[in-house]
Design a binder for this molecule. Structure first.
Ligand SMILES: CCC[C@H](NC(C)=O)C(=O)O
Ligand SMILES: NC(=O)OP(=O)(O)O
Length: 316
């Protein structure tokens, strides 16, 4: 495995999930594989789970770890080619990324979408510029359209908690006070569509994901109907793809409540975090036995450690 930026870099998903569960039981069994190797974790945006779990995973493998908040700790970077740099950007990505590639064996990158220019975002401009100029394997820490480490984590967690061979999994849109990326739902849908689950995406009209991500998932436009008989409820807000980056709906009927959870098959509640309590989901659900969001976040370490081990093994 060279890069890890999407499901397409995962050669065998069930094997990856099983390796992660084995890694969870023996976290230090590969503690020398990363010796004298350095990973640089670059954050254009905030992070708690990705920042801490990826550092822990790399350290469990014996790697050296460097972390930088790009633009805050470093210079503002120009991503576009052929630009006269007489504005507020002090450095071009071509030099910055090439220099980072001199210091690191693997580069982790978090760069959220602009939610303004859909073409730039969905062409993964920033991710591709770093791939081009670092000359190193890139580990996505959430890009403009996907969050693959989160989705591998989510699949590991479903595998751990499922009670049937083919559980009913529901990705349900929920309201939010800000316009959020489509990355997590895009990626979750992509991984669910490649897994042994009965998958439904529930959202208001106008929030359809790009077809290449929603695939052949069942689509439901009702805020309650999809909860019937569900085994896993995965809540997430996202802004409109069609009316790009816009908030079209803030109806509290889409918030996850205990009344809705009672319609399920004693479903487990999942969310990638951070979550806005009593906006996305009511306290009663998060504070109940339905919720596995903390265990889910704990699995971020094993997902990252499994992927990093594969990337280290692929280094020339
Ligand atoms: C892991 C989630 C990161 C981000 N969340 C926020 C609040 O920006 C998102 O919705 O993509
Ligand atoms: N789920 C997730 O990626 O969390 P952070 O944004 O805190 O890293």
């Amino acid at each position: 495995m060279h890069h890890f930026t999407s499901i397409h870099d995962a050669y065998n998903i069930p094997q990856l999930v099983n390796e992660a569960l084995l890694m969870k039981r023996a976290p230090y069994s590969d503690c020398f594989i990363g010796k004298n190797k350095t990973i640089g974790l670059l954050f254009f945006n905030s992070s708690l789970r990705t920042r801490l779990s990826t550092q822990k995973a790399a350290q469990n493998l014996g790697m050296n770890v460097m972390v930088m908040n790009v633009g805050a700790d470093s210079w503002q970077l120009e991503m576009n080619e052929g630009v006269i740099m007489n504005g507020d950007k002090a450095e071009h990505v071509s030099e910055a990324a090439a220099v980072i590639g001199q210091y690191c064996d693997i580069v982790g990158l978090r760069s959220f979408p602009s939610l303004v220019n859909r073409e730039d975002d969905y062409s993964e401009l920033v991710l591709n510029q770093f791939m081009k100029y670092t000359g190193r394997p890139i580990l996505s820490l959430e890009s403009a359209t996907r969050h693959p480490l989160q989705s591998l984590t989510d699949l590991i967690t479903i595998q751990e908690h499922k009670k049937t061979a083919r559980p009913k999994v529901v990705l349900t849109w929920a309201p939010h006070v800000k316009a959020l990326p489509q990355c997590v739902p895009n990626s979750f849908a992509e991984w669910m569509n490649h897994s042994e689950v009965d998958f439904t995406i529930a959202h208001p009209k106008g929030y359809e994901l790009a077809p290449e991500f929603s695939g052949n998932a069942n689509i439901c436009y009702d805020p309650k109907e999809a909860f019937e008989g569900a085994d896993f409820i995965y809540a997430k807000n996202w802004s409109s793809y069609q009316d790009y980056g816009k908030i079209l709906n803030s109806d509290p009927a889409w918030m996850v409540t205990m009344d809705k959870m009672k319609l399920t098959n004693t479903a487990k509640f999942m969310h990638c975090l951070p979550v806005r309590r009593n906006v996305v989901v009511e306290d009663a659900v998060l504070d109940s036995d339905h919720s596995i969001v903390v265990q889910q976040a704990g699995n971020r370490v094993w997902a990252a450690q499994t992927v990093l081990k594969e990337m280290l093994l692929s280094l020339a």
